[in-house]
Design a protein around this ligand. Structure first.
Ligand code: GTP
Ligand code: MG
Length: 370
């Protein structure tokens, strides 16, 4: 933001600096002539003199948020929920993800070669649900720390024979911090010693209280290993999704988040993206984090080539000039030149930030030696 000193402002307004200082005192600010004033204070003083300041909106061209337009209510339509599975080690997260995928994907979509792209989509009673199959903690911590919120609903897996454990609590905290609804999957119900009541009891401490006990948390008992209760869980996910009224505008500019990315020997930079709004198409000029390019090819979670994908859909793309990072945002541009320009500016900025950090470190090192 721009700043002016008291003296400079006085000159601009054709006033004496002492007049400005007086006004500042009236505002409870003791100032000298060389003091810097922030935008808000400048505006206050000007309005005090009866002068209206027209604020110059500072536009940061490299900020991707700048390109995200607000959608009109009538453009928004229902979109599938994006679900993350969390829970303590060994409580059955991977088994549950596999179980959901197998019961739903292989049955309905025979012939599809399932592909690991960090997320997959299934259909339950004709309604799509997207599951992130990155570890739940990573999805929350690394992505959220980078400002990306991709999850709509958290499934908290708790083994019925083990109960609430440290990472269960951690997961609860992450989900609560993200303000995401939690569904409890009480897993391993087939095991001897399974005690779902104990799990429910323990979770009351974290304000996760079943409906039967007067709360509003949904509990589903299941056995991920035997595929029992999976349909109930999916039904509950759709129920919660409906309550949440998850919407997106498929006609809007395509934006979303990187789920994972890597350098492939043959294909170059390969990135799994979750489209969160708009429709992503082959050929689209795109900026992804600090990388850019044009969407060369897209492959869905079944390993099939696709030409376009809408909101809440995971897809793997090639065509970026470098490998982005999980949690990076992406935005599609109308023309390639603009995408290149913004992408290069972002790369340059990143290089400068890195350099800045290095010089800071070396300066500290220097002081340490002294
Ligand atoms: P991490 O990724 O290590 O945190 O574990 P996880 O939560 O992904 O657990 P995983 O799915 O790997 O399951 C751990 C063990 O529990 C495996 O031996 C599974 O076969 C077993 N298991 C998972 N679900 C069930 C279940 O419903 N019943 C029984 N009996 N065993 C289960
Ligand atoms: Mg696992």
């Amino acid at each position: 933001a721009n700043t002016l000193t008291v003296g400079e402002l006085a000159e601009k307004l054709g006033k004496d600096a002492s007049e400005i200082i007086k006004k500042l005192m009236a505002l409870g600010v003791m100032a000298t002539k060389n003091q810097d004033l922030d935008d808000d204070t400048i505006e206050l003083i000007c309005s005090d003199f009866g002068i209206e300041v027209e604020k110059e909106e500072e536009v940061d061209e490299t900020d991707l948020n700048h390109y995200i337009e607000a959608d009109l209510e009538e453009q928004l339509i229902e979109r599938p929920p994006v679900v993350t599975i969390m829970g303590h080690v060994d409580h059955g997260k991977t088994t549950l993800l596999d179980s959901i995928r197998h019961t739903k994907v292989t049955a309905g979509e025979a012939g599809g070669i399932t592909q690991h792209i960090g997320a997959y989509q299934i259909k339950s009673n004709g309604k799509p649900i997207t599951f992130l199959d990155t570890p739940g903690h990573a999805a929350f911590t690394s992505m959220r720390s980078r400002g990306a919120q991709v999850t709509d609903i958290a499934i908290l897996v708790v083994a019925a024979d083990d109960g609430v454990m440290p990472q269960t609590v951690e997961a609860i905290n992450h989900a609560k911090a993200a303000d995401v609804p939690i569904i409890i999957a009480v897993n391993k119900m087939d095991k001897e010693g399974a005690n779902p009541d104990r799990v429910m009891q323990e979770l009351t401490e974290y304000e996760l209280i079943p409906e039967d006990w007067g709360g509003n948390t949904i509990f589903v008992q299941l056995s991920a290993l035997q595929g029992e209760g999976i349909d109930d869980l999916l039904e509950m996910i759709l129920l919660v999704a409906e309550v949440e009224e998850l919407k997106a505008n498929p006609e809007g500019r395509a934006v979303g988040t990187v789920i994972e990315a890597e350098l492939d020997k043959g294909r170059g930079s390969v990135a799994s993206l979750l489209v969160q709004n708009g429709t992503l198409r082959v050929g689209d000029p795109i900026v992804v984090g600090n990388t850019f390019g044009r969407v060369r090819a897209m492959v869905n979670d079944l390993g099939r080539r696709v030409k376009k994908v809408g909101p809440s859909t995971p897809v793997e793309i090639t065509g970026l000039n470098e490998v982005p990072q999980a949690g990076d945002r992406f935005v599609v541009f109308e023309d390639e030149k603009k995408a290149r320009q913004i992408g290069e500016a972002r790369q340059q900025k990143q290089i400068e930030v890195r350099r800045g950090d290095q010089s800071k470190v070396s300066l500290e090192d220097l002081f340490e030696q002294i």
